[in-house]
Design a protein around this ligand. Structure first.
Ligand code: NAD
Length: 335
């Protein structure tokens, strides 16, 4: 077993900073050697704050650095394909944020180059590392609700990310619903055979210029005979609302809750509790767990439980949902 995996984080925005902090302070067997961001003094500032030896502005500096074993890519999705290709060609193992790439051609190229260069790749589907979703999967596998028949996924953001992010995000199905598409496969242990998607702008009118929507619904069928409905919304002004349900032949299983702190306040006016504010709070432990898994796999030379193939499958489902939304037709997948 390798004692230490020397890492670099590329892209220090919302997610990248979080991964950098986890690697610098919490992930066992990891050493964060370098952080990279091309804009202003972002990398320098983060390096100073977290006590990291190196900061970089150009990704070549990281890829060509022999002191780095693995890269965590948290740059905008439009850059993922090139980043994966260059990382693999320089023999760096890869943790890539979702979605794997923007399109299937890029995904196939990424898969090929990962294989050719014999590097490991894990995709950032952190819900698989969240204790609630993980326990749900364990209970389904144990047969506690009989045969899984139906998945209901709810993913609601408290608002829209900035226009600059929406512009490059690939749309709500690729950016948001992709988490539920992946977790549905994970929970139902089945592959998607068709998607039928709908969407509308209810609040954020600026999205029209990018062909995006703030409220979406996808109906999904699976090769096991199961089905699902998946809602994605940017309009949950009350908080970050991520829930799921799996209905089985012998019971139902509810995943997640709105409560942030498990405190209920009772007064004469009624009962209240606080609400999870945003994704870093909801998935704090899951982001750490997935990074622990990545580093642990590299140390033990084992394969990660969620890889580039899972990334491509979820991408294909998301792109099919986007196509269905645009054409008004059900899109069939090979299953
Ligand atoms: N797993 C999750 O829950 C989750 C949540 C949010 C975002 N994401 C994914 O993470 C990725 C980043 O999203 P974000 O919300 O952190 O975005 P962000 O815009 O907050 O951060 C992106 C960072 O990358 C930097 N950057 C831009 N171009 C770059 C380049 N060519 N090379 C290196 N760095 C560059 C930017 O300066 C910025 O700091 C996206 O692929 C997104 O889909 C995943």
């Amino acid at each position: 077993m390798k004692e230490q995996i020397r890492c670099a984080v590329l892209g220090l925005g919302r997610l990248g900073y979080w991964h950098a902090e986890n690697l610098a302070t919490k992930v066992k067997g990891a050493k964060l050697v370098s952080v990279l961001d091309p804009f202003e003094n972002r990398a320098e500032t983060v390096a100073r704050e977290l006590g990291i030896e190196k900061s970089a502005k150009h990704h070549q500096e990281v890829f060509e650095d022999p002191a780095i074993d693995a890269v965590i890519i948290a740059t905008p999705t439009s850059t993922h394909a090139d980043m994966i290709e260059q990382a693999a060609k320089h023999g760096k193992h890869i943790f890539i944020e979702k979605p794997l790439t923007h399109d299937l051609e890029e995904a196939d190229r990424a898969i090929r180059v990962i294989k050719e260069n014999n590097v490991v790749c894990q995709v950032g589907f952190m819900r698989r590392f969240d204790s609630a979703y993980r326990e749900a999967q364990r209970r389904i596998q144990a047969g506690d609700i009989g045969t899984p028949l139906y998945f209901k996924g709810v993913s609601r953001d408290p608002g829209s990310p900035p226009a600059a992010f929406i512009q490059n995000s690939g749309g709500i199905f690729l950016d948001m619903s992709i988490h539920d598409f992946d977790i549905a496969r994970f929970l139902l242990n089945a592959e998607v055979t068709s998607v039928s998607a709908h969407g509308n702008i209810l609040v954020h009118s600026f999205m029209e210029q990018y062909g995006d929507v703030d409220q979406a619904l996808t109906y999904v069928t699976f090769d096991s005979g199961a089905a699902a409905d998946i809602e994605a919304s940017r309009n949950a002004f009350y908080g970050y609302d991520i829930r799921g349900e799996v209905i089985g032949s012998e019971g139902s299983l509810l995943i997640g809750s709105l409560r942030y702190h498990d405190v209920q306040i009772l007064t004469k006016r009624g009962s209240t509790h606080d609400i999870v504010p945003a994704f870093p709070e909801r998935f704090k432990d899951a982001y750490l767990n997935e990074m622990n898994h990545f580093v642990d796999c590299l140390r033990k030379s084992e394969a990660p439980s969620v890889n580039e193939i899972d990334g491509k499958i979820a991408l294909e489902i998301a792109l099919s949902a986007q196509k269905s939304f645009e054409t008004g037709q059900t899109v069939r997948l090979p299953g």
